[in-house]
Design a protein around this ligand. Structure first.
Ligand code: ADP
Length: 484
């Protein structure tokens, strides 16, 4: 891995404006999943270091809060400009630690930066309200204030964008943040901190605490009373744990958890468009996104033709090292991820599913996996219930619209759903009946900083991005002026 600006590769955490080691000097290695190469070793911190970061953030908070929205926005804008000026280096670093193809990594850097740009603009627009009084001598004003120290715990599948999507709105409204990045991908987070310093974000306002296991730092971030808000993206299991830990100090939480996205193809769909959408939604990031199509529900009349066209498109995917080739599918993040995909495939096959293409580890070895399509998948198989998080498209068959909706909603999750249909009445009906936070209609890629991202049911709480995303970092204060 060669960076034009080698100072973007950091091997220390960032606390209170200083590059910092763990108290006991412990470190852990960050590996390139495509090669096994050790990219860096970073501090393995625990509760004590997390506590110091929280205290530093809390101490830095008043001065940051006192700045005008325009002043904070200008600093965030600097950060955005610096990120885009170093887009290539940040993308190389991201691919090296995460595995996604370089073109996708460049896209993630731009996507991640877009949240900073958006909230730099929104910093000036945190409006309150006036409410007609309930008595002749009273006046009511509502103001919005930054909630306080924000903790962000982020996953490895978007090592840059999950941090900016949480931190940009927090910083914009005047909150300091302590980030615990995923252990597989801390380097993208540390590079963001380096650029935050250059942008003029003051010491203590943006902190990165690295750790090999999330539990100790996570325990402090969710238990410390100075933290007023926890924003988490990751597994449902850890999200539930953090939510329960936050209950003791009644913290506000935003949770972006697992999904089980249906991708419904109706008889009246434009099949080529549906295949293009399915490819983008399913195989992006080797299937490792929480909005990836997890279940392809295809209507009887087009099932075989859709499967045929999808198989043709999948046969054109090139698997390889995202840095060293023009691959459009990289390795999975680690051995555990491959084992999970293998377990789910074995379960499906043992219950009667058919592997149309792929189905096994790729000849490249390590954690590379073949792009896979499975047909005759039914609700008794584990891939109907669990998030696959790998390059496997399971095709379920349905006959009627009502059956498709029942199948789509038959899950405890409710993050993203997709469907392809032509008839406008059907489009409206189905969109209304899907119990999901986000619905892609004749579209397989829906994420953007201008729209609210988030789920219902056990997929989470809160929304990120858009004008709604800023509210999660604000408290409402009601002022009642009497005696007028
Ligand atoms: P995944 O299965 O995709 O790795 P996780 O939910 O395990 O999802 O990880 C998402 C983030 O949560 C990572 O930063 C991870 O370190 C962190 N994490 C894992 N376990 C805990 C925990 N017990 N407390 C706090 N954070 C945790």
């Amino acid at each position: 891995m060669i960076l034009k600006d080698s100072s973007l590769l950091k091997s220390r955490a960032f606390v209170n404006g200083a590059w910092t080691d763990a108290d006991n000097g412990a470190t852990f290695d960050v590996l390139n999943p495509a090669t096994g190469e050790i990219l860096a070793s970073v501090p393995d911190m625990g509760a004590a270091e997390a506590r110091r970061a929280i205290e530093a953030a809390n101490a830095a908070w008043p001065a940051w809060k006192a700045k005008t929205g325009k002043e904070r926005g200008a600093i965030l804008r600097n950060w955005f400009n610096l990120i885009m000026a170093h887009q290539e280096d940040l993308a190389v670093l991201l691919t090296a630690e995460q595995g996604k193809p370089l073109a996708e990594a460049r896209g993630e850097i731009a996507y991640g930066a877009s949240f900073i740009e958006w909230f730099a603009e929104e910093a000036k627009r945190v409006y309150g309200d006036t409410i007609p009084g309930h008595a002749p001598d009273k006046r009511i004003v509502v103001v919005k204030e930054p909630i306080g120290v924000v903790a962000a715990i982020t996953p490895w599948n978007f090592p840059n964008a999950m941090i900016t999507r949480k931190c940009a709105p927090a910083l914009a409204v005047g909150c300091p943040v302590v980030v615990k990045p995923a252990e597989d991908t801390p380097l993208s987070a540390l590079a963001l901190a380096e650029l935050a310093v250059r942008a003029g974000i003051p010491a203590g306002i943006f902190n990165i605490v690295t750790a090999r296991h999330g539990a100790l730092v996570g325990g402090e971030l969710s238990g410390n009373p100075l933290v007023r808000k926890l924003s988490f993206t990751g597994s449902t299991q850890v999200g539930k744990l953090l939510m329960s830990q936050c209950a003791a100090t009644v913290k506000k939480v935003s949770l972006e958890l697992g999904g089980n996205a249906p991708f419904i193809v109706f008889d009246d769909a434009d099949l080529d468009a549906a295949v293009a959408g399915a490819m983008a939604s399913k195989y992006r990031n080797a299937g490792q996104t929480c909005v990836c199509a997890n279940r392809m529900l295809v209507q009887d009349g087009v099932y075989d033709e859709f499967a045929r066209r999808l198989a043709k498109a999948v046969s054109q995917l090139k698997v390889g090292d995202g840095l060293a080739s023009d691959a459009n599918q990289g390795p999975l993040i680690n051995a555990k991820a491959v084992e999970k995909v293998e377990r789910m495939l074995a379960d499906a096959v043992s219950k009667g599913a058919t592997i149309v293409c792929g189905g096994k580890r790729h000849a490249l070895g390590r954690t590379f996996f073949e792009p896979t399509i499975v047909t005759n998948v039914t609700s008794t198989m584990s891939m109907a219930r669990e998030e696959i998080f790998g390059p496997v498209a399971p095709l379920f068959r349905f006959k009627t619209e009502a059956e498709a909706i029942a199948m789509a909603n038959d899950t405890e999750f409710g993050l993203a759903a997709y469907f392809y249909a032509g008839n406008i009445a059907r489009v409206w009906r189905v969109a209304e009946k899907l119990e999901y936070g986000m619905v892609g209609i004749n579209d397989g890629i829906i994420s953007t900083e201008v729209a609210p991202f988030g789920g219902v049911k056990e997929s989470g709480i809160g929304r990120e991005g858009s004008k709604y995303g800023i509210e999660d970092f604000l408290e409402i204060k009601y002022l009642c002026l009497g005696g007028i």
